[in-house]
Design a protein around this ligand. Sequence first.
Ligand code: GAL
Length: 299
Amino acid sequence: MKNGALWTDISGQPIHAHGGWILQYGDAYYWYGEDRRDRNYVSCYRSTNLSDWEFRNHILTMDSPMRTYRVRTTLKLQRDDGGKVNLERPKVLYNEKTGKFVLWAHYENGKDYLDAAAAVATCDTPDGDFTYHGHFNPYGYMSRDCTLFQDDDGTAYFISASRDNADMHVYRLSDDYMNVDALVHRLWQGEYREAPAVTKIGGRYYMLSSFCTGWAPNQGRYAVSDSMEGRWSALRDIGDETTYHSQPAFILQKDGKVLYFGDRWGGNGEKYFESGYVVYPLIEKDGELHMLYTDESVL
Ligand code: GAL
Protein backbone atom coordinates (compact mmCIF):
# COMPACT_ATOMS: atom_id res chain seq x y z
CA MET A 1 0.00 0.00 0.00
CA LYS A 2 1.85 2.98 -1.35
CA ASN A 3 1.46 6.16 0.65
CA GLY A 4 -0.63 8.71 -1.23
CA ALA A 5 -2.35 6.14 -3.47
CA LEU A 6 -6.06 5.37 -3.52
CA TRP A 7 -5.97 1.91 -1.94
CA THR A 8 -8.21 -0.95 -3.04
CA ASP A 9 -10.31 -3.41 -1.08
CA ILE A 10 -10.01 -7.21 -1.36
CA SER A 11 -12.28 -7.23 -4.41
CA GLY A 12 -10.01 -4.75 -6.22
CA GLN A 13 -12.39 -1.79 -5.89
CA PRO A 14 -11.11 1.61 -4.70
CA ILE A 15 -11.64 2.26 -1.00
CA HIS A 16 -13.72 5.41 -0.62
CA ALA A 17 -13.46 6.19 3.07
CA HIS A 18 -11.95 9.68 3.10
CA GLY A 19 -11.57 11.95 6.11
CA GLY A 20 -12.08 8.69 7.93
CA TRP A 21 -11.75 6.81 11.16
CA ILE A 22 -10.94 3.30 12.35
CA LEU A 23 -12.80 1.72 15.24
CA GLN A 24 -11.46 -1.44 16.86
CA TYR A 25 -14.34 -3.64 17.91
CA GLY A 26 -14.22 -7.36 18.74
CA ASP A 27 -11.44 -8.92 16.70
CA ALA A 28 -11.81 -6.54 13.76
CA TYR A 29 -11.09 -3.00 12.61
CA TYR A 30 -13.88 -0.98 11.00
CA TRP A 31 -12.83 1.82 8.67
CA TYR A 32 -15.46 4.52 8.18
CA GLY A 33 -15.15 7.47 5.86
CA GLU A 34 -16.65 9.76 3.27
CA ASP A 35 -17.99 8.12 0.13
CA ARG A 36 -19.33 10.81 -2.21
CA ARG A 37 -20.35 8.46 -5.02
CA ASP A 38 -24.01 8.13 -6.03
CA ARG A 39 -26.39 8.51 -3.08
CA ASN A 40 -23.76 7.52 -0.50
CA TYR A 41 -22.39 9.53 2.38
CA VAL A 42 -20.45 7.17 4.65
CA SER A 43 -18.93 3.76 3.89
CA CYS A 44 -17.65 1.05 6.20
CA TYR A 45 -14.90 -1.51 5.50
CA ARG A 46 -13.67 -4.28 7.81
CA SER A 47 -10.26 -5.86 8.30
CA THR A 48 -8.47 -8.01 10.86
CA ASN A 49 -4.94 -7.01 9.79
CA LEU A 50 -5.37 -3.37 8.59
CA SER A 51 -4.20 -4.33 5.06
CA ASP A 52 -6.97 -6.50 3.62
CA TRP A 53 -10.20 -4.51 3.64
CA GLU A 54 -13.61 -5.96 2.91
CA PHE A 55 -16.36 -3.52 1.90
CA ARG A 56 -19.25 -3.97 4.36
CA ASN A 57 -21.91 -1.33 3.79
CA HIS A 58 -22.91 2.17 2.81
CA ILE A 59 -23.92 2.91 6.40
CA LEU A 60 -25.29 6.40 5.72
CA THR A 61 -26.90 7.43 2.43
CA MET A 62 -29.51 9.86 1.10
CA ASP A 63 -32.06 7.13 1.86
CA SER A 64 -31.06 6.31 5.45
CA PRO A 65 -33.83 5.97 8.06
CA MET A 66 -34.24 9.14 10.14
CA ARG A 67 -35.49 9.56 13.69
CA THR A 68 -35.60 12.67 15.86
CA TYR A 69 -34.17 12.04 19.31
CA ARG A 70 -34.43 15.52 20.76
CA VAL A 71 -35.95 18.83 19.86
CA ARG A 72 -33.37 21.10 18.31
CA THR A 73 -32.02 19.08 15.41
CA THR A 74 -32.76 19.22 11.69
CA LEU A 75 -33.40 15.97 9.80
CA LYS A 76 -32.25 16.58 6.26
CA LEU A 77 -30.31 14.06 4.19
CA GLN A 78 -31.18 15.71 0.90
CA ARG A 79 -31.72 19.27 -0.18
CA ASP A 80 -35.12 20.65 -1.19
CA ASP A 81 -33.96 20.46 -4.84
CA GLY A 82 -33.20 16.75 -4.35
CA GLY A 83 -29.42 17.29 -4.31
CA LYS A 84 -26.98 15.89 -1.82
CA VAL A 85 -25.98 17.50 1.42
CA ASN A 86 -22.37 17.16 2.53
CA LEU A 87 -21.26 14.89 5.39
CA GLU A 88 -17.55 15.08 6.13
CA ARG A 89 -15.06 13.46 8.49
CA PRO A 90 -17.39 10.81 10.02
CA LYS A 91 -16.17 9.23 13.30
CA VAL A 92 -17.78 6.36 15.24
CA LEU A 93 -17.54 5.24 18.88
CA TYR A 94 -19.08 2.27 20.62
CA ASN A 95 -21.03 3.25 23.73
CA GLU A 96 -20.76 0.50 26.40
CA LYS A 97 -23.75 1.81 28.38
CA THR A 98 -26.26 1.88 25.53
CA GLY A 99 -24.73 -0.79 23.27
CA LYS A 100 -24.99 1.66 20.35
CA PHE A 101 -22.47 2.68 17.72
CA VAL A 102 -22.65 6.46 17.63
CA LEU A 103 -21.46 8.43 14.59
CA TRP A 104 -20.60 12.13 14.57
CA ALA A 105 -19.79 14.05 11.40
CA HIS A 106 -19.53 17.54 9.95
CA TYR A 107 -22.75 18.58 8.14
CA GLU A 108 -23.07 21.12 5.33
CA ASN A 109 -25.96 21.85 2.93
CA GLY A 110 -24.00 20.71 -0.17
CA LYS A 111 -23.82 24.22 -1.66
CA ASP A 112 -21.64 26.16 0.75
CA TYR A 113 -20.01 25.72 4.16
CA LEU A 114 -22.33 28.02 6.09
CA ASP A 115 -24.37 25.45 8.06
CA ALA A 116 -21.20 24.45 9.96
CA ALA A 117 -23.08 21.87 12.00
CA ALA A 118 -22.53 18.55 13.77
CA ALA A 119 -24.57 15.50 12.72
CA VAL A 120 -25.33 12.35 14.74
CA ALA A 121 -26.41 8.85 13.68
CA THR A 122 -26.59 5.50 15.50
CA CYS A 123 -26.73 1.76 14.86
CA ASP A 124 -26.86 -1.48 16.88
CA THR A 125 -24.03 -2.99 14.86
CA PRO A 126 -20.77 -1.44 13.60
CA ASP A 127 -21.56 -1.92 9.90
CA GLY A 128 -25.36 -1.92 9.73
CA ASP A 129 -27.69 0.73 8.32
CA PHE A 130 -27.30 3.74 10.61
CA THR A 131 -30.34 5.78 11.67
CA TYR A 132 -29.82 9.50 11.12
CA HIS A 133 -30.71 11.81 14.01
CA GLY A 134 -30.06 15.15 12.36
CA HIS A 135 -27.68 18.08 12.59
CA PHE A 136 -27.34 21.00 14.98
CA ASN A 137 -24.92 23.74 16.06
CA PRO A 138 -23.59 22.80 19.50
CA TYR A 139 -24.70 25.56 21.89
CA GLY A 140 -25.31 27.60 18.75
CA TYR A 141 -21.65 27.51 17.68
CA MET A 142 -20.29 26.80 14.21
CA SER A 143 -18.82 23.30 14.00
CA ARG A 144 -16.72 22.24 10.99
CA ASP A 145 -13.73 19.81 10.78
CA CYS A 146 -14.21 17.40 13.67
CA THR A 147 -13.05 14.32 15.49
CA LEU A 148 -14.01 12.15 18.45
CA PHE A 149 -11.83 10.90 21.29
CA GLN A 150 -12.74 8.22 23.84
CA ASP A 151 -10.75 8.19 27.05
CA ASP A 152 -9.90 5.02 29.00
CA ASP A 153 -12.79 5.56 31.45
CA GLY A 154 -15.32 5.85 28.61
CA THR A 155 -15.61 9.65 28.72
CA ALA A 156 -15.83 10.87 25.15
CA TYR A 157 -15.11 14.22 23.50
CA PHE A 158 -16.21 15.86 20.27
CA ILE A 159 -13.64 18.31 18.95
CA SER A 160 -14.52 20.71 16.15
CA ALA A 161 -13.40 23.90 14.45
CA SER A 162 -15.60 26.89 15.31
CA ARG A 163 -15.94 30.65 14.55
CA ASP A 164 -15.16 30.21 10.83
CA ASN A 165 -12.39 27.78 11.86
CA ALA A 166 -10.57 30.34 14.03
CA ASP A 167 -10.91 28.36 17.30
CA MET A 168 -10.89 24.64 18.11
CA HIS A 169 -13.69 23.67 20.49
CA VAL A 170 -13.54 20.63 22.77
CA TYR A 171 -16.92 19.34 23.98
CA ARG A 172 -17.34 16.60 26.58
CA LEU A 173 -20.17 14.32 25.46
CA SER A 174 -23.11 13.09 27.53
CA ASP A 175 -22.90 9.51 28.86
CA ASP A 176 -24.80 8.14 25.86
CA TYR A 177 -22.57 10.10 23.39
CA MET A 178 -25.74 11.56 21.83
CA ASN A 179 -25.22 15.20 22.81
CA VAL A 180 -22.61 17.65 23.97
CA ASP A 181 -22.61 17.99 27.74
CA ALA A 182 -20.12 20.82 28.24
CA LEU A 183 -17.84 23.05 26.18
CA VAL A 184 -14.61 22.36 28.06
CA HIS A 185 -12.14 24.28 25.87
CA ARG A 186 -11.71 26.84 23.12
CA LEU A 187 -8.19 26.07 22.01
CA TRP A 188 -5.66 28.15 20.06
CA GLN A 189 -7.90 31.16 19.63
CA GLY A 190 -7.45 32.66 16.17
CA GLU A 191 -5.00 29.98 14.92
CA TYR A 192 -7.35 28.44 12.29
CA ARG A 193 -6.69 24.78 12.99
CA GLU A 194 -8.54 22.05 11.06
CA ALA A 195 -8.57 18.25 10.80
CA PRO A 196 -8.06 17.47 14.51
CA ALA A 197 -6.89 13.99 15.60
CA VAL A 198 -6.22 12.94 19.21
CA THR A 199 -4.27 10.10 20.78
CA LYS A 200 -3.06 9.23 24.28
CA ILE A 201 0.53 8.11 24.86
CA GLY A 202 1.95 7.31 28.30
CA GLY A 203 -0.93 9.07 30.06
CA ARG A 204 -0.58 12.28 28.03
CA TYR A 205 -2.89 13.57 25.31
CA TYR A 206 -1.65 14.66 21.90
CA MET A 207 -3.76 16.56 19.38
CA LEU A 208 -2.62 16.92 15.77
CA SER A 209 -4.21 19.36 13.37
CA SER A 210 -3.62 21.12 10.08
CA PHE A 211 -3.82 24.78 9.15
CA CYS A 212 -6.80 25.93 7.11
CA THR A 213 -5.96 25.79 3.37
CA GLY A 214 -8.82 23.74 1.88
CA TRP A 215 -7.63 20.64 -0.01
CA ALA A 216 -3.99 21.81 -0.18
CA PRO A 217 -1.72 20.31 2.48
CA ASN A 218 0.16 22.51 4.94
CA GLN A 219 2.43 22.31 8.00
CA GLY A 220 0.96 19.94 10.59
CA ARG A 221 1.15 20.97 14.22
CA TYR A 222 0.42 19.27 17.52
CA ALA A 223 -0.10 20.10 21.16
CA VAL A 224 0.11 18.08 24.35
CA SER A 225 -1.81 18.07 27.62
CA ASP A 226 -1.99 16.07 30.86
CA SER A 227 -5.77 15.85 30.54
CA MET A 228 -8.38 16.50 27.86
CA GLU A 229 -9.93 19.23 29.98
CA GLY A 230 -6.69 20.62 31.33
CA ARG A 231 -4.18 23.05 29.87
CA TRP A 232 -2.90 22.34 26.39
CA SER A 233 0.54 23.38 25.25
CA ALA A 234 1.18 25.85 22.46
CA LEU A 235 1.29 24.36 18.95
CA ARG A 236 4.51 22.74 17.73
CA ASP A 237 5.41 21.72 14.17
CA ILE A 238 5.27 18.08 13.12
CA GLY A 239 6.28 16.57 9.77
CA ASP A 240 7.36 18.95 7.01
CA GLU A 241 5.65 22.02 5.53
CA THR A 242 3.04 19.81 3.83
CA THR A 243 2.87 17.14 6.61
CA TYR A 244 4.46 14.91 3.95
CA HIS A 245 1.65 15.81 1.58
CA SER A 246 -1.28 14.91 3.83
CA GLN A 247 -3.94 16.23 6.18
CA PRO A 248 -4.78 14.38 9.43
CA ALA A 249 -7.71 11.96 9.42
CA PHE A 250 -7.16 10.09 12.71
CA ILE A 251 -4.54 8.29 14.83
CA LEU A 252 -4.67 4.56 15.60
CA GLN A 253 -2.56 2.61 18.07
CA LYS A 254 -1.72 -1.01 17.32
CA ASP A 255 0.77 -3.32 19.09
CA GLY A 256 2.52 -0.38 20.72
CA LYS A 257 2.80 1.50 17.40
CA VAL A 258 1.19 4.91 16.94
CA LEU A 259 -0.09 5.25 13.39
CA TYR A 260 -1.02 8.56 11.76
CA PHE A 261 -3.64 8.18 9.02
CA GLY A 262 -3.92 11.12 6.66
CA ASP A 263 -5.71 12.04 3.46
CA ARG A 264 -3.82 13.07 0.35
CA TRP A 265 -6.69 14.99 -1.21
CA GLY A 266 -7.15 15.07 -4.96
CA GLY A 267 -9.08 18.35 -4.84
CA ASN A 268 -12.44 19.62 -5.98
CA GLY A 269 -14.98 17.94 -8.26
CA GLU A 270 -13.85 14.74 -10.02
CA LYS A 271 -10.35 15.20 -8.55
CA TYR A 272 -11.82 14.46 -5.12
CA PHE A 273 -12.32 10.82 -6.14
CA GLU A 274 -8.57 10.44 -6.75
CA SER A 275 -7.84 11.28 -3.10
CA GLY A 276 -5.49 8.75 -1.52
CA TYR A 277 -4.33 7.75 1.93
CA VAL A 278 -1.11 7.81 3.91
CA VAL A 279 -0.05 6.08 7.11
CA TYR A 280 3.08 7.39 8.83
CA PRO A 281 4.47 6.25 12.20
CA LEU A 282 4.42 8.72 15.08
CA ILE A 283 7.22 8.46 17.62
CA GLU A 284 7.03 10.01 21.08
CA LYS A 285 10.39 10.93 22.61
CA ASP A 286 10.89 13.03 25.76
CA GLY A 287 7.40 14.48 25.43
CA GLU A 288 7.89 15.49 21.78
CA LEU A 289 6.03 13.87 18.89
CA HIS A 290 7.75 13.11 15.58
CA MET A 291 6.33 11.96 12.26
CA LEU A 292 8.46 9.63 10.13
CA TYR A 293 8.16 9.78 6.36
CA THR A 294 7.81 6.43 4.56
CA ASP A 295 7.05 5.62 0.90
CA GLU A 296 5.02 2.57 1.80
CA SER A 297 2.36 2.62 4.49
CA VAL A 298 3.60 0.99 7.69
CA LEU A 299 0.58 -1.25 8.26
C1 GAL B 1 -10.51 21.13 4.23
C2 GAL B 1 -11.18 20.20 5.22
C3 GAL B 1 -11.82 19.09 4.45
C4 GAL B 1 -12.80 19.69 3.46
C5 GAL B 1 -12.10 20.69 2.57
C6 GAL B 1 -13.04 21.40 1.62
O1 GAL B 1 -9.90 22.20 4.87
O2 GAL B 1 -10.24 19.71 6.13
O3 GAL B 1 -12.45 18.19 5.33
O4 GAL B 1 -13.83 20.35 4.16
O5 GAL B 1 -11.46 21.67 3.37
O6 GAL B 1 -12.39 22.42 0.94
